[in-house]
Write a protein that binds this ligand. Structure first.
Ligand SMILES: [Mn+2]
Length: 334
């Protein structure tokens, strides 16, 4: 169990507090910040949620009261220069704060990292609250609030529930624990409309996204008797169907769901020199050390990396590395 007292003290002695998460935010980062915002708001703190990316359309329900802002230097730099504290959720890597991170560093701000990703020991965080056993950062926000005997409100529960739902694949992935279900129980008790959140987040696919899924399913690669499956998304495929960057979300999980597949890998060509790699494992093989080898990181069974290499080149390197890792892990199991 983490000792949350230092964070509580820090919050108590702070007036202006910034809340943020990583670029291309997901339900966990957004929901964690949202839940914490409502707690701080109840304490009458001058707090703002400012993200580097725009709020994705499926998370618009977090913004009914217009509390979520997209970073704009003219609008935010002066305010950020005066904050007492920044709380950063689920970021994985300080660099994923982009320009917000630069402003915080340049102003020597007290920046607290609250995260369930392993610590990358980036010295730019003043304090780290890390729990790699938490299914979601939202679970950690729940722990923090509970350890301070805070009575959850419906708003806080909405944020925490969304965080846990999205990071556990709707309470299905292997990281799902008892507390996730406890959070669901409390959220329903507080009147959170859980099926509405599910629909808004997941049943909201664009036709371009489905067309892109069709393309990748026609070009899946398999190896190691079907335990390994992978696919590539080129910029050409993207423009053919009119897809955008965020349309690829969830594809790796989908490919992992194929019978017999233990590890799924996505190669996503961001431009001619950069490829994003996503690794997903069903749990038989650990894959974050492979991501680490390519300068990335993440959880044991869900990780990623950003390679400064062109698509075709990195595909063969990663496949080779992954195959030898799976074979050696198999050897250890015997
Ligand atoms: Mn997360």
């Amino acid at each position: 169990m983490l000792d949350w007292k230092p964070l509580y003290k820090q919050i108590k002695s702070s007036e202006r507090i910034l809340l943020s998460t990583h670029e291309n935010p997901d339900g966990d980062g957004l929901g964690s910040a949202y839940a914490m915002y409502h707690y701080l708001n109840n304490l009458k703190k001058d707090c703002r949620i400012v993200h580097i990316s725009e709020l994705p359309s499926e998370y618009m329900f977090f913004n009914n009261d217009n509390v979520i802002e997209t970073y704009d230097p003219q609008n935010h730099d002066t305010w950020i220069s005066k904050i007492d504290l920044a709380l950063i959720f689920d970021v994985g890597d300080f660099r994923r704060l982009r320009d917000i991170g630069e402003v915080l560093t340049n102003n020597r701000k007290h920046v607290v990292n609250i995260d369930h990703h392993p610590d990358l020991s980036d010295g730019r965080f003043t304090d780290n609250f890390i729990n790699v056993d938490a299914a979601a950062t939202g679970e950690m926000v729940y722990d923090f609030l509970k350890s301070n005997n805070v009575k959850l409100t419906k708003f806080m529960a909405e944020g925490i529930y969304t965080a846990v739902m999205t990071d556990t694949g709707s309470f299905c992935y292997s990281n799902t624990n008892q507390k996730c279900h406890q959070i669901a129980i409390e959220s329903i008790d507080l009147g959170v409309n859980t099926s509405k959140i599910y629909q808004t987040v997941y049943e909201n696919r664009s036709p371009a996204q489905v067309a892109l899924l069709g393309e990748i399913l026609n070009n899946l690669g398999y190896d190691l008797d079907g335990e390994l499956a992978w696919f590539s998304i080129s910029q050409e495929m993207m423009s053919k169907v009119g897809a955008t960057k965020k349309d690829v979300d969830g594809f790796t999980d989908f490919v992992r769901s194929i019978r017999g597949v233990e590890v799924a890998i996505m190669f996503f060509e961001l431009n001619s020199k950069t490829t994003r790699i996503n690794f997903r494992s069903k749990g038989k093989y650990v894959i974050n050390d492979i991501a680490k080898f390519f300068d990335g990181g993440g959880h044991k069974f869900a990780s990623g990396a950003l390679a400064k290499k062109e698509l075709s080149e990195i595909v063969s390197e990663v496949l080779e590395k992954t195959k030898s890792s799976i074979i050696s892990q198999n050897g250890l199991m015997k």
